[in-house]
Design a protein around this ligand. Structure first.
Ligand code: NAD
Ligand code: GLY
Length: 360
């Protein structure tokens, strides 16, 4: 049983297949790929690497695996170069493909390599984290980090297929899984009040990773992301709503030091900050904000910066260097009501600071 979601981008359109036991390669075969490099990491390879390779071989695609160290540090130009060399060694040519098997780190890195090796070869995404299934594997943002900051080098490069096998989530560490749930909640707030209500009703099942619920919820999130990307592939407008909770979240994540807070944990706290700002400046209801906080808490996610929180000055500086900032003024995605947000909102210095102090 699986569900298919179309990302409708004309001749760059593709299907996302969400299901149990689904595997990459069918579209690559249709495109005539005879060789492929599977890019995966040291945690994922022992679990799913061999099965992915033999599935591709079964389709007649000569596949080799390149295994990178798990973790954000791997998402850099040095590892991209290592992968270009691995691709050459594996005999890849312009009709070959790169397959990303893993979380968002592997997906962003492998996608960047696919976008640039021989000026671009076919790319397939097989996400194995919840975050990668509902967010990073869809929409074509690929890239690597520089020492100066995250995702500073990259390309929009759409995959030709996305295969999300939700059974792989069974082995995902609890904290990583919960972190992915923050992005799931995000879709309810920015787009779909019905999804949000479902998450409220089925929070326990979701937390317990009940396969049917997880599969349906992942597919719904992919539908929303596909629609947003269809409307604004290169993020000149509405795609910015996908950054709900990320302005404060990114500042907190970097101020705490990458690795101490997971991305989704920081986004969870950032969504609460955005909700508090929205109460102040958009008339977002206090009861609605409490619903958001209650849902995040039931999903095991943090809702406050915590005792070790960085100072306001540090957080403010971090928000000023956000990619969406204009002249150091952060631009927030704010909520009017659950399911409806606005993007590009500037908030006065005093309102930002007072909101943080009153809340945290
Ligand atoms: P990740 O790729 O580091 O994976 C998290 C951890 O889980 C890693 O240790 C990994 O080895 C392990 N893992 C993955 N799948 C597993 C499985 N099924 N079983 C056991 N362990 C497994 O992190 P992530 O949260 O998936 O992705 C974060 C990255 O995604 C960041 O670099 C972020 O910038 C990027 N991102 C990109 C986009 C985009 O649109 N391209 C969107 C959001 C985030
Ligand atoms: N994760 C944000 C985006 O894809 O635009």
């Amino acid at each position: 049983m699986s569900r298919t979601v179309r990302v409708d981008l004309g001749d760059r359109g593709y299907d996302i297949v969400v299901g149990r036991g689904v595997a990459p390669g069918a579209r690559l075969k249709e495109l005539g790929a005879r060789t492929a490099l599977i890019v995966t990491d040291t945690h994922v390879d022992p679990l799913y690497g061999a099965a992915c390779e033999s599935h591709l071989r079964g389709l007649g695609i000569e596949a080799k695996r390149a295994v990178v160290e798990a973790g954000e540090e791997t998402k850099d130009l040095r590892h991209a170069e290592t992968l270009y060399r691995a691709a050459l060694e594996a005999g890849l040519d312009r009709s070959s493909a790169v397959v990303a098997l893993g979380g968002g780190v592997v997906g962003d890195l492998a996608g960047f390599v696919a976008a640039t090796f021989l000026r671009g070869i076919a790319f397939s995404q097989a996400p194995t984290t919840l975050l990668a299934m509902v967010d990073s594997s869809v929409g074509g943002k690929t890239g690597v980090n520089l020492p100066e900051g995250k995702n500073l080098v990259g390309a929009f490069y759409q995959p030709c297929e996305v295969l999300a096998d939700v059974t792989t989530l069974a082995t995902l560490p609890e904290r990583e899984y919960l972190s992915g749930l923050a992005e799931v909640v995000k879709y309810g707030v920015i787009w779909d009040a019905v999804l949000f209500e479902r998450l409220e009703r089925e929070a326990d099942a979701l937390r317990a990773r009940e396969p049917v619920v997880v599969e349906e919820v992942v597919a719904r999130c992919c539908e929303i992301k596909a629609e947003v990307v269809r409307l604004d592939e290169k993020e000149t407008g509405v795609r910015a709503i996908l950054n709900f909770g990320h302005t404060f979240g990114h500042a907190l994540e970097s101020a705490c030091g990458y690795g101490s807070l997971l991305h989704g944990e920081a986004v969870s706290i950032g969504m609460v900050f955005a909700a508090r700002l929205s109460q102040r400046s958009r008339g977002f209801g206090a009861g609605e904000a409490e619903r958001l906080i209650a849902l995040l808490e039931r999903l095991g996610l943090p809702v406050r910066p915590g005792r070790a929180a960085p100072s306001w000055e540090t957080l403010r500086r971090g928000m000023g260097t956000d990619k969406k900032a204009r002249g150091r003024m952060p631009r927030f995605v704010l909520v009017d009501r659950i399911g409806a947000v606005v993007f590009g909102c500037e908030i006065s210095e005093s309102a930002m600071e007072e909101t943080l102090r009153a809340w945290a």
